[in-house]
Design a protein around this ligand. Structure first.
Ligand code: NAG
Ligand code: NAG
Length: 306
């Protein structure tokens, strides 16, 4: 009997998976033959069609026969709202978030690799300074081409954001660290995971690997610009950029729920994508494999029989 009851949230789409017998969506304790099975309810949060295709292709999770999906809100719900809905409606105990990312450091992460960051920085809150005032962290003049100099865009400082949670005073945060116990469990269970190197007769040039111990960055911006990618890498020592992981982390922390971020590198920021690249699918697929392996490792239910 399956131990994990998974609710999958794609932004705009929700799939219930792997329910091997009927149970109430609101009540995670099911009864069969006088035995009570306490489910572990986890939320798997993903954010793109490619992520969803990876999940469906895997065959590892099957939609619930009775309730394959639940439409809750329209298509434009963002990652943070999606996580909040999961937590409120489905009594989720923890959030596993996977997706793709751009590598900002091709020495350590190349397309097809999977990064499990220690923490993600939210790099989208800017304090945009006046021209002629003290310089912030990002000085546009330093990027003038062909020679650097002054620039009316002046400079930007990176702000912290407020993290509100029940019973605590608001905290100013820049980094969102993954839940320590989940992160360290992941470093063990994912160590020997075989990632996929080929898709549709196209193969990555090297064997993909799982990378631990790096940090990631996340903001609303999709980063194709190499100079900015290099800046983020240099200043914050972050190795990936994505658009949702900070929102997922932020919401999980606000609700004091454990979470982990797993991101597959689909490209290197600033480098041309060579037409259709199998790397973009393999990034999602490999990140999904890591998420599935992690879910499988989460402790099994307690069975109590009368
Ligand atoms: C990652 O960020 C944390 C802040 O949460 C910092 O303490 C740690 O040194 C960073 N790790 C790396 C590898 O840069
Ligand atoms: C930067 O991060 C790498 C891992 O991505 C780590 O090995 C290194 O020690 C970090 N450097 C600093 C200055 O924190």
């Amino acid at each position: 009997m399956s131990s994990v009851n998974l609710v999958v949230m794609v932004v705009g789409l929700l799939v219930l998976a792997q329910q091997s017998f009927q149970m109430s969506l609101r009540n995670p304790v099911a009864e069969t033959n006088n035995c009570k099975i306490d489910f572990t309810r986890l939320g798997l949060v993903l954010t793109s069609d490619t992520n969803e295709k990876a999940l469906q292709d895997s065959g590892l999770f099957t939609p619930d026969a009775e309730t394959p999906y639940v439409d809750i809100a329209g298509e434009k719900v963002n990652a943070a709202i999606a996580v909040q809905i999961l937590l409120n409606r489905f009594r989720i105990q923890g959030i596993i978030h996977f997706g793709s990312a751009g590598s900002l450091d091709k020495e350590s992460i190349v397309p097809g690799d999977v990064s499990v960051p220690l923490a993600v920085a939210f790099t989208g809150a800017w304090n945009w300074k006046k021209f002629g005032s003290d310089k912030g962290t990002l000085n546009f003049g330093e990027f003038n081409y062909p020679v650097n100099g002054e620039n009316l865009l002046a400079s930007v400082d990176y702000d912290k954001v407020k993290l509100f949670s029940k019973g605590h005073s608001p905290q100013d945060v820049f980094w969102f660290p993954s839940t320590t116990s989940w992160y360290s469990a992941a470093t063990q269970v994912l160590q020997d995971l075989e990632l996929r190197q080929c898709y549709d007769r196209a193969c990555l040039s090297s064997k993909p690997k799982i990378v631990f111990g790096t940090n990631g960055s996340s903001s609303d911006s999709y980063i194709k610009n190499k100079a900015y990618g290099d800046f983020l890498h240099k200043v914050f020592n972050v190795s990936t950029a994505d658009q949702e992981s900070a929102a997922v982390a932020w919401t999980s922390l606000s609700n004091e729920k454990p979470f982990i971020v797993i991101r597959g590198a689909s490209n290197v920021a600033g480098e041309a994508n060579p037409g259709f690249s199998p790397a973009s699918y393999l990034a999602s697929y490999n990140a999904f494999l890591a998420a599935a392996k992690f879910i499988e490792s989460i402790p099994t239910p307690r069975l109590a029989c009368e």
